[in-house]
Ligand binder design. Structure first.
Ligand SMILES: Cc1ncc(COP(=O)(O)O)c(C=O)c1O
Ligand SMILES: N[C@@H](CCCC[NH3+])C(=O)O
Length: 416
């Protein structure tokens, strides 16, 4: 459910006409709906009512400061994966005690920054990282709270590039070594093992892989109790999917129910790290038709957004619904590839898509672009990055101004 709706054949975000936004802010343009973000966060977070829990929004999905602030005001914590994300979360006023830090390659300075901020915990992904955190913490005379991220070897049944809990993936500590590493963590001078973590993948459309992973984690939890290692937090990561096309992912309520059943009598705090399910359908990317072109085997609609703005179709072959911003009553349709100006054949937003007949200047909305859209964008082909707008009812917030040419070369001053 989201608040991008057609009124009299024209697309609105909440109370604001998308066409009007484009007249003022141009294209390509990311537009987010505050009401949708709030709705998604509340729907997710309230699904775990009755369990001690902390929802830590996954910053990588959409890290705009306005979005982090909005979610922080609703009580969200944050799941971060870099010093840069820590910087953003702190700037957005997130309480450090609600921040968890995941990722396989934390650098020393990032560990130091997180210890200085006194975040809730590190999700540790290897023995070597654990030893590094202990070293940095002891130099700073601090105790680092940690969870070990377990790789439970569970198939999340999603795109291989976004599966993270299989043996062959780089993430986490194999479950067979977990006890050993917990014993080590327990004995290290500046480490306090407080949790168990896992994150098996993204865009999951069924609950059973989560439950398989949880069962393995609960098994480990009991073994640790026997060893006298008292675990206070179980972090099940993110990964709940959304509808892009015809997928039917479970509602957070179902997910919540299933987890409550397993965790009811456990004296632990559940941590969740949702990203896509909060942000994905809370944003669109608006683009303008530049040219239409007929080739022997295909029709092309060449638009002003490209893979540098939204890389998901090129990288994963992902489907994003595309609709004209102004609906036309004409019945004529074409089947075409929607492509950008970048010099790569892989630069497409859709392939063989049936669309109404379009002409130069028409506006298209690319839906479900609120997660892993702007955050994965780049300046490839020296294209300044798009602007981001946050709409809250009838209020328009320029959440990030459009980049200008100087933004392309600002860091190259030695060469000017
Ligand atoms: C450690 C971790 N937590 C949370 C997430 C958020 O995942 P999603 O956006 O699928 O909820 C990710 C990304 O997959 C991740 O790597
Ligand atoms: N970037 C991916 C999700 C990866 C999640 C990060 N662990 C996507 O666009 O679907």
């Amino acid at each position: 459910m989201h608040y991008f709706e057609y009124k009299n054949g024209e697309l609105y975000v909440e109370d604001i006409s998308v066409k009007k936004l484009v007249q003022e802010y141009d294209t390509p343009l990311y537009i987010y709906s505050a009401k949708t973000f709030k709705r998604h966060f509340k729907a997710f977070d309230s699904a775990f009512e009755g369990l001690k829990h902390l929802t830590c929004y996954s910053v990588k999905a959409n890290s705009n400061l306005c979005i982090l602030k909005l979610l922080g005001q609703l009580g969200s914590g944050m799941d971060i994966v870099s010093g840069g994300e820590l910087f953003r979360a702190l700037k957005a006023g997130i309480e450090p005690k609600k921040i968890v830090y995941s990722g396989v390659g934390k650098r020393e300075h990032e560990i130091r920054e997180a210890l200085l901020a006194d975040i809730l915990m590190f999700n540790v992904e290897s023995e070597a990282e654990l030893i590094k955190i202990n070293k940095v913490a002891s130099e700073m005379n601090k105790i680092a709270r940690v969870s070990l991220r377990i790789n439970p070897n569970v198939n999340p049944e999603t795109h291989p590039y976004i599966s993270t809990g299989l043996e062959k993936n780089k993430f986490g500590i194999p479950e067979d070594y977990a006890l050993e590493i917990y014993k080590l963590a327990h004995n290290l001078s500046n480490i306090e093992p407080v949790g168990i973590d896992c994150h098996i993948g993204s865009q999951l459309t069924s609950i059973s892989p989560f439950l398989d992973a949880l069962d393995k984690i609960l098994d480990l939890y009991l073994k640790l109790l026997d060893l006298g290692i008292k675990i206070q937090y179980l972090d099940l990561g993110g990964g709940l999917g959304i509808q892009y096309k015809e997928e039917a992912p479970p509602h957070p309520i179902e997910f919540g129910k299933a987890l409550k059943k397993r965790l009811q009598n456990k004296n632990i705090t559940l941590i969740l790290e949702p990203g896509r399910v909060i942000a994905g359908n809370a944003g669109i990317l608006v683009t303008k038709v530049l040219y239409t072109k007929k080739a022997p085997k295909k029709n092309f609609i060449i638009v002003d957004a490209a893979m540098n703005d939204l890389i998901r179709p090129s990288l994963y072959g992902s489907y994003h619904k595309i609709e004209p911003v102004i609906q036309s009553s004409a019945q004529q349709t074409i089947v075409a590839d929607v492509v950008g100006p970048i010099c790569e054949s892989g630069d497409f937003l859709a392939q063989d898509r049936k669309l109404p007949k379009l002409k130069e200047g028409d506006l298209l909305a690319v839906f479900s672009a609120g997660a892993y859209g702007f955050t994965m964008s780049s300046q490839y082909n020296s294209r300044p990055r798009a602007a981001e707008i946050l709409v809250d009812k009838d209020k328009i917030i320029l959440a990030r101004r459009r980049e200008v040419y100087m933004d392309l070369i600002n860091l190259e001053d030695n060469c000017i």
